[in-house]
Design a protein around this ligand. Structure first.
Ligand SMILES: Nc1ncnc2c1ncn2[C@@H]1O[C@H](COP(=O)(O)OP(=O)(O)OP(=O)(O)O)[C@@H](O)[C@H]1O
Ligand SMILES: [Mg+2]
Length: 219
């Protein structure tokens, strides 16, 4: 579904490339973990996959179409759901309205369906009371779960997440990983997760390690 060919990226000079000549395929219905040392370029790689930044070299195609030809704005709106390290929720709204707004903006098939949004938030462990108060009054872990719920109610076939369990305790981490597996296997989306946690990586269908400027499959 998502194909990366000869991808390269550097911030200041090519001599300081984070990665070069990267060739990878990501399929629907499958979850992937990206691991690697701090500063190796994982977040940067995700931002390229999400169409937030342009590669210095190589190309990214979705279902055979280069994402820059599709237009990065169109690509982001119609194809990608993102869970950031910081959650990027609409801070002046409740969890419920964050989901309703995301569905409206992306023209999702469940747009307007508050009961559906409520049921997804409930599945992620938010109480009816929590889902109607301002998201800024929720804990980090609760906000992270709202960000995950938002990807679930929208139709984007690609879900990228940057350390989605970074703020969660063990129980919530297990829940969240189970939800991501459902997004991949039941919603048939392509899920790509950057993580530092070996347990999270092991729970995904495949794992790649970014080291020495290359992505290598973990055993
Ligand atoms: N906007 C920027 N301008 C210049 N250099 C940057 C910029 N953003 C990141 N970098 C550098 O690029 C390298 C990779 O950063 P990136 O955030 O992709 O790493 P990461 O693997 O996600 O690390 P972490 O695990 O700590 O989140 C780092 O050395 C960082 O300092
Ligand atoms: Mg990072």
């Amino acid at each position: 579904m998502l194909k990366v060919t000869d991808l390269g990226y550097w911030y200041d000079r090519q001599a300081n490339s984070l990665f070069e000549h990267v060739n990878l395929n990501f399929e629907s219905g499958t979850s992937y973990a990206i691991v690697g040392q701090s500063g190796s370029g994982k977040t940067t790689f995700l931002s390229l996959l999400a169409g937030l930044d342009k590669p210095r070299a190589g190309k990214i195609e979705i279902n055979g179409e280069p994402i820059n030809e599709l237009g990065l704005t169109t690509y982001r709106r119609s194809q990608v759901a993102i869970v950031f390290q910081s959650y990027n929720l609409l801070t002046y709204m409740s969890p419920l309205n964050n989901l309703m707004t995301a569905m409206a903006i992306t023209n999702a098939k469940h747009r307007g369906d508050r009961d559906y949004a409520r049921s997804v938030l409930r599945k992620l462990g938010l109480s009816d009371q929590q889902m109607t108060k301002n998201v800024q009054r929720l804990s980090g872990g609760q906000q992270q779960r709202v960000a995950i719920a938002r990807t679930m109610v929208c139709d984007a076939p690609l879900v990228v997440a940057d350390e989605p369990t970074g703020n969660l305790d063990e129980t919530n981490t297990k829940d969240v990983i189970a939800q991501f597996q459902k997004i991949a296997h039941e919603q048939h989306k392509c899920v790509i997760i950057v993580t530092h946690e070996p347990d999270v990586a092991a729970a995904c269908d495949h794992a790649y390690r970014l080291a020495e400027h290359q992505f290598k499959k973990e055993a």
